[in-house]
Design a protein around this ligand. Sequence first.
Ligand code: SAH
Ligand code: SF4
Ligand code: F3S
Length: 454
Amino acid sequence: MKFVNSYLARMQDYNKEHKLKYYIDTMGCQMNENDSMKYAGILESMGFEKGEEDNSNLYLFNTCCVRENAENTLFGRLGMLKKKKMQNPQTYIVIIGCLTQQQVMVDKIKKSYRFVDVILGTGAMSIFPEKIYNAIVTNEKHLEYLDMSNALDEDVPVVFDDKYKASVSIIYGCNNFCTYCIVPYVRGRERSRKPEDIISDIQKLAKDGYKEIMLLGQNVNSYGNDFDEKYTFSMLLQEIEKIDGIEIIRFMSPHPKDFKDDLIEVIKNSKKIARQIHLPLQSGNTEVLKKMNRKYTKEQYIELAMKLKQIPDISLSTDIIVGFPGETEEQFEDTLDVVNTVKFDQIYMFIYSPREGTVGARMEDNTPYSQKVERLERLKKLYEDTLPQLNEKMVGKTYKLLVEGKSKTNDNLYTGRTSQNKVVVFEANEEDVGKVVNIKIDSDHLWYLKGTIV
Ligand code: SAH
Ligand code: SF4
Ligand code: F3S
C-alpha cells in the first residue's frame, strides 16, 4: 500500500507560499533514528525544507523514555524553545515517540509546556500529516493521547542521512516484557514486516548505491513468529544476502533466548553478514536474569557466546545493566565474571533506572545509588582492561571496510569501520569514500585502530 494522504498536497500548497523549514531532534535508539528519517520524508513530501536548529519553524522531537535521563533530555531542550516561540509565532513544536506514549507524560507536557502544538506517540505516521496541517493552517492543536503503537506503516517516503549506509526496520514492537523495560508498553506487540516489502526496500537501496544495511528490531530473531507460515529471521537473511550491491549486512538486536543454531550457521556461511554480533547480556547472574525475565541462565549465555566466538574474526558487543533491584555484590561479580570470560569488543553499560508501570519498578531496591555508580566504574575498568587483548589480535591482519569519510579529529586521515565494527583511521583519497576496500591493521589503540589500504 502506498503512503497516500490528502494532507500532503494541502500542506504542500501552503508551503509554496510560506516555505516553512523543519528540524528533527532524535533521542533514543536506532529504531527512533529510522523513524525520524521517515518523518523527514513525510515532512519533505508536505513541502517543508530542511532547516537548522536556529532557523526552523517546525521542531519535531522524537523522544525516548528507556531511562530517566532520556526523558530529562527532552524537558531540557523544550525549555529552550519557549523563547523562540515567543519571538517567532511561526514556530511549531511537535513531540512524538516513546515518551509521549505514556498518558502521564502527555499530561505533564500539557500542564507545564503549554506552547507545544502537537503530541503523538509511536506508530502515528498515518495521521501525522493531518495533525501538522491542522496545527499550522487551521490553528488546532492536537494534545490528546492516541494509542497507535501497533501500526505498521509501509511505503513511507524516507530521507536517509548517509549515502552508503542505511537502516531498515524488519520488526516493530516487543513481546518480551523484560521486567526493567518500558519498550513493550510504548512500542506495542511484535509485528513483522512482510519479507517482500523488506527485500524490495533493500533492492531499491542497493540500486541507489547503498552498500551497508542495518536490519532493525527490538528482537530481530523473533522475526516471522507472527506469520501463519513458517518464515524465520535466518531465512530472511539468506534472501537479503542475494541482493547485488549490498556488501555488508548488520542487525540489532537479537535476543540470546532466540539465538538458534540455524542462525549461527547462516552467519558462518555468509559472505556479507558482519563479523559482529550484539548479544545483550543485561546481567551475568542467573537469579537476576530470572527476575529480569530474560529466559536464559549465566551458563546458557556463556555457551552461546563461546559458540559465536568460534566464527573466525567475530566480535561481540553487549548491553549490561548494573544495580537491578536487589542486585547483591556477589550477583554483580557474576556479571564481571561473564565479561572476563567472554571478552566483549563493545559494552553499553547502564545504571538501572526504574520505569513506572514495569514490574521492576515495584521491586524492592535497597542498594544505594552511589554503590551502583561504583559498580559501573568497576565494570568499565574491567572492560577497558580486556579490550586491548582483542584489539592486539587484529594487528597485522587484513579486513574489509567501507570508507565512510574524513576523520573528525584529523583532516589528513579517513575513517571507516571493519566488519567487526572497529573504527580504523588510514590515509585515503576523496574518491575512496563509499568504496569497500581491504585494510591492513598496523597498530591498535583503545578506541580505534590505525591501518593502511592494501
Ligand atoms: N531490545 C533491545 C534493547 C532495547 S533498550 C534488547 O533487548 O536488547 C536498550 C538497552 O537499554 C537494553 O538492552 C538495556 O540494557 C537498557 N535498558 C532498558 N531498560 C532499562 C532501564 N530501565 N534501566 C537501565 N537500562 C535499561
Ligand atoms: Fe526491552 Fe527486553 Fe524487549 Fe529488549 S527484549 S525491548 S530489553 S523488553
Ligand atoms: Fe528509547 Fe523507544 Fe528506543 S524508549 S530506546 S526510543 S524504542
